[in-house]
Design a protein around this ligand. Structure first.
Ligand code: ADP
Length: 469
């Protein structure tokens, strides 16, 4: 059978540019799809970062796009000497995209130009994709432009799939900017609109052929709470489906991960984890004999981070434990962390991929008191690395973790994000840690759980096949 030819279009892709889980998914899914009779490539912006500075690209296309009344030079660069496992194309727009950051407070023109440049280039391809798979609001105007903008008439029959990784962010902008979108049938301008502004995520939900979310529970939760899009999602529910993310077990592999202080497998997990924990405790001045609780992620309300100072202070007072945090975000939370007594607590403000891997390996527990968690990858990395996740019963966390008090359970769940719920969960975890035999047995159990992309990648391919003419 002929392979399905898919183009993923995204603002992030690991290892090229990563802010969160979106990058991990876009960097892994195409690799796994390739093994399933699906040939996938990725189109993303070219940012000015260490990946683009240290890898070679070849210019394969250059032109000007119209962005309202302005003409903007765009280039398409293809990665050469490619070891990613899929073809990578980067859109180079020097003044708009080529920055040392992925997102800013003013991204409308940047991502609009990215989307227009991408479609202008696809228009020139001899072999058109069978499926265009877009990710989140940064690429959300593509299905609208494909079906409504006159210049993309030739592409209008290509099926589009939108994956919502996070519905909190929707890319809203004012109708005053509508002229930036290539001329379209103005009778249908309402497709762009939701709540009095242009809403790229809403437009994508309306115009895509299919909509997926990154876990089945998140799909259900969005119908009740989607930052204003609840009714839209409910009314479009017959084209929506939740497909759980997987993890890239080629990257997240304790035996081969070269970020780790010591590699390990299931049988050497005890000594392997101990070596990584020792390194962390020495570096962050913590006692390696105490259970080590950690958090890795963005310090935002969705992750429950506003409660961290109180939770950590109380948990440290009530339990004989250490806590280590890696993350950045809300400046007030970052500042308040300074006031937590440093005795058994430390933190690293910033983004550090290597440190994150060592923490997954060296920690005993990983905290995820998320109020919203579309899928969550951290809990799956933590299982793979033998670290027990402590998670709120929400979204993808609910779909991937079973509480130790339930049949076949291996993690710790709490119901809701309050100081009491989370500290009670930490106390329960501390007790679990003290039951040495049970805890060690659980460590081996969680490392065996298969959350790799194999099943989910197949679900996506099945979905594409229903759309391919
Ligand atoms: P989200 O996409 O909402 O941020 P996910 O759990 O889906 O959350 O994915 C988060 C990803 O980003 C994981 O790979 C995690 O290890 C990584 N990550 C988050 N913050 C940091 C940080 N400060 N340093 C290193 N890695 C981080």
């Amino acid at each position: 059978m002929k392979a399905v030819n898919i183009i993923h279009i995204s603002a992030e892709c690991y290892p090229i540019a990563k802010v969160g889980g979106l990058a991990d998914v876009v960097g892994a899914l195409p690799k796994y799809q390739k093994e399933l009779q699906a040939s996938s490539s990725v189109i993303m912006p070219l940012y000015n970062n260490s990946f683009t500075q240290t890898n070679k690209f070849e210019k394969i296309y250059e032109n000007y796009i119209a962005l309202g009344h302005e003409y903007v030079n765009i280039q398409v660069l293809k990665l050469i000497d490619n070891k990613l496992g899929f073809e990578l194309f980067c859109i180079h727009i020097p003044d708009l995209l080529f920055k040392d950051y992925v997102y800013s407070n003013n991204d409308t023109d940047r991502f609009l130009a990215f989307q227009i440049a991408t479609l202008d280039w696809i228009l020139t391809l001899d072999k058109k994709p069978d499926i265009i798979h877009i990710h989140d609001h940064h690429t959300g105007l593509i299905p609208f432009m494909l079906t409504q903008s006159y210049k993309y008439e030739k592409l209008k029959d290509i099926p589009t799939v939108l994956t919502i990784h996070n519905a909190q962010y929707q890319g809203w902008f004012s109708h005053e900017k509508v002229s930036l979108i290539p001329p379209f049938n103005f009778e249908n301008v309402g497709l762009l609109d939701w709540g009095d502004s242009i809403n790229p995520l809403a437009a994508a939900i309306k115009c895509s052929w299919r909509v997926t979310t990154v876990s089945p529970s998140y799909m259900e939760e969005l119908k009740l709470n989607a930052n204003g899009l609840e009714n839209l999602l409910a009314s479009e529910s017959n084209k929506c489906i939740g497909i759980l993310n997987g993890i890239d077990s080629k990257v997240w592999n304790t035996e081969t991960d070269n970020n780790l202080v010591k590699n390990y497998n299931i049988s050497s997990s005890k000594s392997g984890k101990k070596a990584n924990k020792k390194w962390l405790c020495q570096k962050f001045n913590l006692d390696e004999n105490k259970p080590l609780f950690t958090f890795i992620g963005r310090l935002v309300g969705e992750k429950g981070s506003d409660l961290f100072p109180e939770i950590f202070t109380k948990a440290l007072k009530e339990n004989n434990i250490s806590i280590l945090l890696l993350g950045s975000g809300d400046k007030e939370v970052e500042e308040r962390l300074n006031y937590i007594p440093k005795e058994n607590f430390n933190f690293y403000i910033g983004y550090n991929e290597k440190l994150a891997h060592i923490i997954y390996a060296g920690a005993d527990f990983l905290l995820m008191p998320s109020r919203v968690e579309p899928c969550g990858l951290n809990q799956m990395y933590s299982l793979k690395y033998g670290t027990v996740p402590i998670v709120n019963t929400i979204g993808g966390l609910k779909d991937t973790i079973i509480d130790i008090n339930s049949k076949d359970g291996y993690g710790i769940l709490h119901n809701g994000v309050t100081i009491k719920e989370v500290t009670d969960a930490i106390t329960r975890a501390t007790k679990f840690y003290s039951e040495k035999e049970k805890f060690t047995k659980n460590l081996k159990t969680i490392m065996k759980i298969d959350n790799s992309w194999n099943n989910s990648a197949q679900e996506y391919v099945n979905l594409y096949k229903t759309l391919k003419q």
